[in-house]
Design a protein around this ligand. Structure first.
Ligand code: TXA
Ligand code: MG
Length: 325
């Protein structure tokens, strides 16, 4: 396994070829790092599940370099979905569309639809473009963490999560820290009116300016369709507790305006909601690196991205409850 720190053209060429040959390449996106495989290669895709320890049958998002690749993977695309794609791609948004013949059960988990995304990150763009120039059609990539754990937003975090599960021909591309820091907004585009299944940096407020939109009624607790909506997700080893003051020896993540109680260990002090999203997963991870038993998080307030952060935090904090089920 090779960690590629300096992503040159040669490195991209080699990684794209490795993907084409059926190996895995972890790569940065603007949201979180993904663990990529050729989306048409069943054997390669099955290794994603092994490396992540993810139960099979959970659908994967296919990453493409541009909207031009969309109708290879999807059919009967509604007009509103094209509008969303034109406005927000490349960007932190995944569209769920009716699948084409190309999207096999091993990608969609047997569902009749497929998740597609055009990421907005230079290394990801270079990799996807090069892969397509070799005849590749799309790269399946879940977040590059072990199942149920926190998504990685740095190269080091990817290495800590899955490094020991990768083979000698697999690699991790470096793209520094992810800009957005939490996973893409997922929008179900298989019905008359689109529905937000997972909130993210493309917010309800942004979308509703463009098209009619619904939010899944069970927003925070739905267990169907989207595995990112199961309660055992986004969890560090430490117990995450929300909205109560931290005690001595416990970690604290809160907006910079909130002071640190004496003896608590400050893990992040973001000055804006954007910074909160950017820092959150690495801060949770730093709590684990320091072997903290408990991390207190004070919710950011407001709509938009703050809502997406609260969604992930509710899931991080419900780990112990779901484990005991
Ligand atoms: O930001 C992101 O979306 C990152 C980067 C790497 O692109 N990817 C990511 O993938 O978060 P993953 O697999 O960790 O989470 C994607 C979620 C899963 O909960 C999966 O079940 C859901 O999207 N999903 C994928 N395809 C779907 C489909 N066809 N229908 C419903 N949900 C789907
Ligand atoms: Mg994930």
């Amino acid at each position: 396994m090779e960690i590629i720190a300096n992503v040159t053209e040669g490195v991209i060429k080699k990684a794209a070829k490795a993907l084409k040959d059926g190996h895995l390449v972890a790569f940065p996106t603007e949201t979180v790092y993904g663990l990529g495989a050729d989306a048409t290669n069943e054997k390669a895709v099955s290794r994603i599940y092994t490396v992540k320890g993810r139960p099979t049958g959970h659908p994967l998002i296919v990453h493409i370099s541009s909207i031009k690749q969309l109708d290879k993977w999807a059919i009967d695309i509604p007009d509103y979905a094209i509008k969303l794609a034109n406005e927000f791609w490349p960007g932190p948004m995944t569209l769920i569309l009716k699948r084409s013949e190309l999207a096999k059960d091993f990608i969609t988990g047997g569902q009749d639809n497929i998740g597609l995304r055009v990421p907005n990150q230079p290394v990801a763009f270079a990799l996807l473009s090069e892969f397509e120039s070799l005849g590749g059609l799309g790269v399946a990539a879940p977040s590059a963490n072990r199942f149920g754990a926190v998504s990685p937003t740095t190269r080091l975090a990817v290495h800590e999560e899955i490094g020991s599960y990768l083979g000698s021909e697999d690699s991790i591309l470096n793209g520094g820290n992810c800009d957005v820091g939490i996973e893409s907004t997922i929008i179900d585009c298989t019905t008359n009116i689109p529905t937000i299944l997972r909130p993210g940096a493309i917010t309800f407020e942004m979308i509703k300016k463009l098209v009619k939109i619904k939010v899944d009624s069970n927003f925070f607790f739905t267990t169907i369709k989207s595995s990112g909506l199961l309660t055992s997700h986004y969890s560090p080893k430490a117990l995450v507790t929300l909205n109560i003051p931290s005690e001595p020896g416990e970690g604290l993540i809160a907006m910079a305006s909130i002071p640190t109680p004496e003896g608590s260990i400050r893990l992040a002090s973001p000055k804006s909601i954007e910074e909160f999203a950017q820092d959150l997963y690495e801060a949770l991870r730093n709590g684990d690196r320091r072997n903290l038993a408990e991390i207190k998080v004070i919710f950011p307030v407001g709509a938009g991205l703050a809502e997406a952060i609260r969604d992930r935090l509710i899931k991080s904090s419900s780990k112990k409850a779901s484990e005991s089920e």
